[in-house]
Design a protein around this ligand. Sequence first.
Ligand SMILES: O=P(O)(O)OC[C@H]1O[C@H](O)[C@H](O)[C@@H](O)[C@@H]1O
Length: 447
Amino acid sequence: MTTLKFDTSKLSSFVNDEELDLIQPMVNTADSLLREGTGAGSDYLGWLDLPVDYDKEEFDRIKTAAKKIQSDSQVLVVIGIGGSYLGARAVNDFLSDYFENAYAAADREMPQVVFAGNSISPQYVNSLIKLIGDRDFSVNVISKSGTTTEPAIAFRVFKEMLEKKYGEEGARERIYATTDAHKGALKQTADTEGYEEFVVPDSVGGRFSVLTAVGLLPIAAAGHDIDQLMAGAAQARADYTDTDVKKNDAYAYAAYRNILYRKGYTTELLVNYEPTLAQFGEWWKQLQGESEGKDGKGIFPASGNFSTDLHSFGQFIQDGRRNLFETLIRVDEPASDVQIPVSEADDGLGYLEGQTMSFVNKTASDGTLLAHVDGGVPNMVVELDKQNEFALGYMIYFFELAVGISGYLNGINPFNQPGVEAYKSNMFALLGKPGYEEKTAELRARL
Ligand SMILES: O=P(O)(O)OC[C@H]1O[C@H](O)[C@H](O)[C@@H](O)[C@@H]1O
């Protein structure tokens, strides 16, 4: 099969062919806005050509840094939030052994890659310090703006820990900073302290940055093949050029989402049957939510991990308020399999003896798909051939391209995120950050 198959055959009771024809002219317009750079937010289109047009010298430095981390560190602490960690985490989870991080140091080939600075939880930081213990570690601090509070706090903590353990000079050699090429507090610190620096290109927004150093260093450090990841994305870039929704699956996905949205399907669930995809759902939620949720509009992005969640909110999907549609991600060839044992036990499983778990998993997904469609939930399927770097790079580009088209179809700027500032400005005012004095009094009076 091809790397990624997009199956809309189960949409026929919700959307007809004519509707797809009718939206085609709008897709053509969205395509021009995106490809010609004439749409809103066009300063942030660097991700479109990133799989082929990237800094090759930096790419080699990423590989060298990853090798150094593998040779001198048992743990890599990746500090970042939002687009500065979700991509790397999703890729590493998808490509790793489930219990990779649980193995003792002696049994590990690669450093443990752990994430920090994606919450303000002191308990999390203390737990991580305990996990590192007296092992050798390095830090990759990532922030495009270089001014985000959560990672900045975590960086202070782990920088101090490195300095205590290795001295100032030793710490400097274990800190890798990924940030803007010119500005921001992190850029300034990195220049002053002499850290090895990697760049988030100006034209690539945080949620589109997984294929820059932001994602690539933590992914390479974990031992994954970043050449293949880029090659997969490059293949998708080459494959998804036609404006015809019948010939371009990424555009078809955007078009169907928009048709469904206009019919009142306002929540999309990205679901999987393989828990290694759970973090991909988190990455996708930022990609969709920050790109589309604005001006009072947008499809709310949610995710589900099946069959686990079929035993929690499965009832709602089947039978609750009918504003949901699902996009199911399946992997055709499982990374490994288990044969269901033959047994004398009277546990009602005799009919499955000798079958594989992957067969049962696939059948569960088929059964659920039909049940949800019958229950009034439109379903689309994204099927990957393999659980590898190439396929994942391909899928990342599929969703990035689709959200660009989708945003323009819905008449918004898919590349800004003005709404994220509201919580930050309240937090700064309440924390007493200089410059927020007036707001401080006003907010405190309301608490
Ligand atoms: O990389 P940073 O500048 O630290 O930003 C991290 C995150 O911050 C905010 O939440 C932005 O809305 C996100 O788009 C961004 O990914």
